[in-house]
Design a protein around this ligand. Sequence first.
Ligand SMILES: C[S@@+](CC[C@H](N)C(=O)[O-])C[C@H]1O[C@@H](n2cnc3c(N)ncnc32)[C@H](O)[C@@H]1O
Length: 331
Amino acid sequence: MSNFLHTSRLLSSRNLFSPLAKHFFELYLQVNNMPAEHKPVLAQYISRELTLQSNSIVVDATVGFAGHSSIFAQQLSSDGMIIGMDVDPKCLEVAKQNLSDAKCKVLLVRSNFSEIANVFRENGIESADLILADLGICSGQLADMDRGLSFGQDMKLDMRLDDRLETTAADIVNSRDEKGLADLIFKYGEERASRRIARSIVSYNQKAKIKTTGQLVDIICSALGCDPNARKNKIHPATKTFQALRIAVNKELENLEIFLDAVPSLLKKNGRAAIISFHSLEDRIVKNNFRNNKAAGIYDIITKKPIVADRTEEIENPRSRSAKLRIAVKI
Ligand SMILES: C[S@@+](CC[C@H](N)C(=O)[O-])C[C@H]1O[C@@H](n2cnc3c(N)ncnc32)[C@H](O)[C@@H]1O
């Protein structure tokens, strides 16, 4: 069944946002705890490697705050088009604002990228010149109290990027047994201490439910015998467990596989697929999909090795440190 929900809007006017509308939009973001800042990763390579014709059709399958789409918009005329998809309606609001000056047509759709084929069908789009997915989450979502994703701030433990999903991270930690939790934390977080963490979660559960990210951080840290604030910790001790729960709640790997399988039939000849991943589980799926499509004579792989951030970008935008960009072209 399609989970395509219509937020789609065709924007082509240059001055859709008056100063007053902008002011109210900023207030909207504050009320909704959503900082509007997000630096797009690998932007210099995106503009260099993915040059467009002025009439290209571009799908940004994870439009977020439209950081990458704003770069594409600069290359497109009124004959070109950006289709921006996201599961998070707040991100789509920010994207709408950030693309309000675009000359090209802009269609913003609330949809999981696993539904990309439906989005094409329902909007009469046959094929695209470029399909980009910049996986994971925007910095703004991490700070969004409604998303419950952060181990840096105490918030309600939720982790759904799409609030139409039924199961939250709290549901998972409060209902799974020790083995189920350990397997999940190991599989999706690659956390070697998964059993110790799972044992602590289950033992806490015998006394109380876990409701907030802060509670979960404390449980993880006590299981690992570490101080969450100690500077020597290169990565926060809760990083891997939080990654595992987010992947499970949002079915991230399953959706990525469905999306990647759909992409070749939606690209024009010489059209490109560009995927930015942030951890090895995602990157492995992208690499294997590109390899299999190459073996089947469908893709040529442009990036023999993934493109990664240079030192300057790593310093300016720490999120870019784990980013890997792979590009394939449809033969
Ligand atoms: C890293 S951010 C994208 C940032 C964007 N490239 C920019 O420069 O502003 C990833 C976005 O993908 C969205 N997202 C994650 N999984 C998704 C999925 N399966 N389908 C659609 N959007 C998804 C998130 O809500 C988030 O807004």
